[in-house]
Write a protein that binds this ligand. Structure first.
Ligand SMILES: Cc1cc2nc3c(=O)[nH]c(=O)nc-3n(C[C@H](O)[C@H](O)[C@H](O)COP(=O)(O)OP(=O)(O)OC[C@H]3O[C@@H](n4cnc5c(N)ncnc54)[C@H](O)[C@@H]3O)c2cc1C
Length: 307
């Protein structure tokens, strides 16, 4: 049995033990995390990786938990949390109207979109309204029908479980629909360079504002959720439509419910636990398969142990 207190003598960042994951996920469900480590900088990540290797410990990587559902049994291995750290941003170069901006993995996507919108930097607008960190957005290749992170990525720097730091250009990242082949579940994104176009501030602001308003009108933002639960299947059909046709809109299991406003959102109406959300996911998959023969695939990430 590894004593997680030992980690405190190895790293400089914060080590918190027995942390309720309901406080660290936007769905607000989940068991406790045995050990949550927030690194101070990239050297601290390397110390953590050395320690975890010597201790024979696996670890999980967490951004700000806006796409995570943690099972009730919690996370028994250490979690390295990037929210609240590695959150700086700097312009690396600018030529012929292209601005190369390096953003730390812990930088909130909302802050990045605001900065770009206030500075007239275009390209990142499709991410307006997507919560979470830059690292989480890269891992998930977050986006919308209008575009995703891969469209503006020039390079990504990440640390692997071996302790090696790698920088890959966009083409080496293997981005796909909400996936990124180059990253394994133990890769830790530390920063990304985005290539943006300098343009008229008002134009970028108008686009961002319109997208934020459209989200507010079509998504249940007043309730805890993790955004779209399922990916849209290939062929152009939308997951929300399949769920609606299968009669899932408004269906609930205890405190978890398919939103009335957007059927591809499961919301926590106040008292849901992870098991309710997962049972509702399974029910949605089953009903859509029966109704349309389509097998829905999860977009949200489920981690942690069964009770
Ligand atoms: C209201 C709402 C609306 C949303 N709308 C959208 C949308 O329009 N489009 C969309 O794509 N998503 C959307 N999401 C989902 C979510 O915000 C994105 O997937 C986001 O990019 C996740 O970032 P995060 O930092 O919260 O990552 P987390 O949820 O913490 O983690 C998600 C995954 O990324 C990995 N990860 C996180 N940080 C790192 C890192 N630094 N290095 C390596 N791996 C890492 C984790 O291990 C995990 O597998 C929405 C969520 C909510 C709550």
């Amino acid at each position: 049995m590894v004593d997680f207190n030992e980690l405190r003598s190895v790293v400089r960042g914060k080590v918190a033990l027995d942390v309720p994951m309901s406080r660290h996920t936007s769905m607000k469900v989940g068991g406790r995390c045995a050990c949550m480590f927030t690194p101070e900088d990239t050297d601290d990540i390397l110390r953590f990786i050395d320690w975890s290797r010597d201790a024979g410990q696996k670890y999980v990587v967490i951004g700000s938990g806006t796409n995570l559902i943690v099972r009730e049994g919690g996370i028994r291995c250490p979690a390295i949390r990037i929210k609240g750290t590695l959150d700086s941003m700097e312009i690396e170069s600018e030529d012929s109207g292209t601005v190369r901006l390096r953003a730390g993995a812990g930088m909130p996507v909302a802050g990045l979109v605001k900065y770009c919108s206030d500075s007239g930097l275009s390209g990142i607008e499709p991410l307006a309204g997507i919560p979470g960190t830059v690292g989480g957005a890269v891992f998930m290749n977050a986006g919308t029908g209008g575009g995703s992170v891969e469209d503006v990525i020039e390079a990504v720097t990440f640390i692997e479980r071996s302790g090696r730091t790698k920088t890959y250009g966009r083409d080496e990242m293997g981005f796909g629909y909400r996936t990124c082949r180059a990253l394994s579940t133990s890769s830790i994104v530390v920063s990304a360079v985005l290539a943006l176009k300098r343009t008229d501030i008002k134009r970028v602001q108008r686009k961002v504002e319109a997208l934020l308003q459209s989200r507010a009108a079509t998504q249940p933002l007043g309730y805890p959720s993790c955004g779209s639960i399922f990916k849209n299947p290939a062929g152009g059909v939308k997951a929300w439509k399949l769920l609606e046709e299968a009669g899932m809109r408004g269906v609930r299991i205890r405190g978890a419910m398919y939103s009335e406003l957007h059927s591809n959102f499961i919301v926590n109406t106040g008292s849901a636990v992870a098991a309710d959300v997962i049972a509702l996911i399974d029910a949605g998959i089953e009903k859509v398969r029966e109704k349309s023969g389509v097998r829905l695939e999860l977009e949200a990430v489920i981690i942690g142990e069964e009770v």
